[in-house]
Design a protein around this ligand. Structure first.
Ligand code: M6R
Length: 364
């Protein structure tokens, strides 16, 4: 059942190209987003003046990426909330708010409660979920399915990357319905998105290199992840994955925030995993990498192909193929998933069933 892989997690990491292809398939046509196929109420896409994304854990991290993508492509303000916080803060939502709940399982208790809270305030709820017939799928007003297939490992991998595809589809659908982008640009981004599954295959070829790096970080008790803009959201996901399965304490910081306190913790050989995929803030990120390097940190960078400068400040550079700025997280998270996986294996952890955790959290 593990298909020759040692663990479900590794199998699911390698299933990502197929999962992504399946999630993209049929969602675009000659006009851009295939609005009749995506499962979202078109009327709502036209009138929404605010988007609120609610989820837990990895799905919440997909929501953080969603904020960047929707705001940048559709120019609609987006709030992202942790589901266990949402209903206790009396959120400001109404009929014109598009509430998006994200849940792989479709059964997470807090996310379901958030959906009900939103509906009680007359907002319409779009669910992004991986399980057909799940409670969240049944109760939501519309559903955009991710087609990742069953995810068995507790650590979420292919569900996350397909959620990122779903976020891009929603962003492009909103942009299309509200005329925020010309049709030609929507189609161009859709074509770029279709390249992503093959590009993930390319990233996966660096697995051996990642495995070697994991041997160098496995003995550490603290690891830092840094990034700017959308890379900060990816840093948070990388950090959660490492904590969850390898039990190494990890923290994610917006790279520019380091010098407001955390830089005090950066000393000789402390691993800092730096995401540097965003061209518009690249020089700023590089200067943050130099700051940690100056404190003798052990820097592992994730950068786009052709970035020759970053190698001067990093022990290791893991590269991702070039793509649209909104799509880099789908590629950049893959080496981080592999790094967590190999580090957990090297530390002899129970990779698929980490201690204290359940795959689906159906209690509050
Ligand atoms: O099924 P859901 O997407 O609602 O689950 C949400 C979180 O419990 C889940 O993503 C969790 O954070 C993962 N174990 C992280 O890998």
């Amino acid at each position: 059942e593990k298909g020759g892989y040692d663990h479900f997690m590794l199998k699911e990491i390698y299933e990502q190209p197929k999962a992504l292809r399946d999630t993209i398939k049929g969602r675009f046509d000659e006009n851009g987003v295939n609005l009749s196929e995506i499962g979202i109420d078109t009327e709502l896409l036209r009138k929404a003046n605010k988007v609120v994304i609610v989820a837990c854990g990895t799905a919440y991290h997909a929501g953080l990426v969603g904020k960047y993508v929707i705001e940048n492509l559709a120019r609609i303000p987006v709030e992202v909330d942790i589901a266990s916080e949402f209903r206790y803060r009396n959120p400001i939502i109404n009929k014109k708010t598009l509430v998006i709940v994200v849940s792989q399982s479709g059964e997470t208790a807090d996310t379901l409660a958030a959906l009900r809270e939103a509906q009680s305030k007359e907002a319409k709820v779009l669910a992004i979920t991986n399980v057909v017939g799940s409670t969240i799928a049944r109760e939501a007003d519309s559903v955009l399915y991710t087609w990742a297939g069953p995810e068995i490992a507790v650590a979420s991998t292919k569900a996350y990357t397909t959620q990122l595809v779903a976020m891009n589809i929603v962003a492009l659908a909103l942009a299309q319905c509200q005329c925020a982008l010309p049709c030609s640009e929507i189609k161009a981004i859709a074509e770029t998105l279709k390249q992503i599954p093959a590009q993930v295959e390319t990233v996966l070829t660096q697995a051996d290199k990642v495995k070697e790096i994991s041997e160098q970080i496995k003995a550490w008790n603290d690891v830092f992840f840094i990034g700017r803009s959308i890379d900060y959201a990816v840093a948070m996901e990388g950090s959660l994955k490492l904590k969850e399965i390898s039990y190494i304490h990890a923290e994610a910081y917006a790279a520019g925030e380091l010098k407001h306190g955390t830089l005090a913790l950066i000393t000789d050989r402390i691993p800092v995993i730096a995401l540097a995929t965003q061209e518009q803030v690249l020089d700023k990120t590089v200067s943050n990498i130099q700051e940690v390097k100056a404190r003798d940190a052990f820097v592992i960078a994730v950068a786009q192909e052709g970035n020759s400068e970053i190698g001067k400040f990093a022990e290791h550079v893991l590269t991702i193929p070039r793509t649209h700025a909104a799509l880099t997280p789908i590629l950049a998270v893959v080496p981080l998933q592999l790094l967590s996986y190999y580090t957990a294996v090297a530390r002899e952890c129970d990779v698929d069933k980490p201690r204290n955790l359940a795959k689906s959290v159906t209690v509050e």
